[in-house]
Design a protein around this ligand. Sequence first.
Ligand SMILES: Nc1ncnc2c1ncn2[C@@H]1O[C@H](COP(=O)(O)OP(=O)(O)OP(=O)(O)O)[C@@H](O)[C@H]1O
Ligand SMILES: [Mg+2]
Length: 248
Amino acid sequence: MDYIVDIKDIVTKFGTTVVHDKISLHVKSGEIYAIVGPSGCGKSTLLRELVALHKPVSGSINILGYNLLNASYKQIQELRKQWGFLFQNGALFSSLSIYDNIALPLMEYTDLSSKFISKMVAYKLDLVGLKDSDGSLFPSEISGGMVKKVALARALALEPRLLFLDEPTSGLDPISAREFDRLLLRLREFLSLSVVMVSHDLHSIRLTADRLAVIDDKHIVVQGSLDDIVNTHTPFINAFFDAYKDKR
Ligand SMILES: Nc1ncnc2c1ncn2[C@@H]1O[C@H](COP(=O)(O)OP(=O)(O)OP(=O)(O)O)[C@@H](O)[C@H]1O
Ligand SMILES: [Mg+2]
């Protein structure tokens, strides 16, 4: 079977510290796939490796049919148009308006006219439930929930097939977080997206994830459905998924 993301035996080190020791996982087309694990276990680092912002020491990453670690600069630039990335803290450019934040990838990676870009930005704002007039605001002038939506609109700017989300609901109140989850499910259907999402939010995982992987102590402890996960017992899984077990 062809996977949209297929990683094998990834080893990551910072200096002498080993963060990942032979991590393997695969994501099927159309899936929402969650990555869970204790703080500092290397979830964000893994996402950064998947979007070619960091190179692991060894292993292989196959993504959208490309062997990422052997890909040329040109191929990686091509791939960047096919995936979107929402950073852990939104990472909006504070000196740019919301409009310009969303327009930036379109200006950087396409030669579309400014008139067309403005239509695309309006469409993306609408897609994530923001108003046209929100485009003129600056990141310091919007709420945390709006930051996430703008970051999502920017990640969707180039109409990617694959979306990487790093803690998309962290810092949101429960109502905004559930709104974000429903938005993600709608967009997955509407845009035929595949999604790889790092999350600490058990509600969000229950509502959106088809499958998940748990990383702990440098390894993938288990990969599968939520039921597969909760039937695996480690101190982290027991503590993290206790709330889920109580509600089943
Ligand atoms: N550029 C870097 N240089 C050195 N160490 C790094 C670098 N980036 C990450 N690390 C280390 O790698 C480990 C994993 O970090 P990472 O940010 O991937 O964790 P995480 O699982 O995303 O944590 P959290 O849940 O808190 O976001 C940490 O020990 C971190 O200090
Ligand atoms: Mg992180």
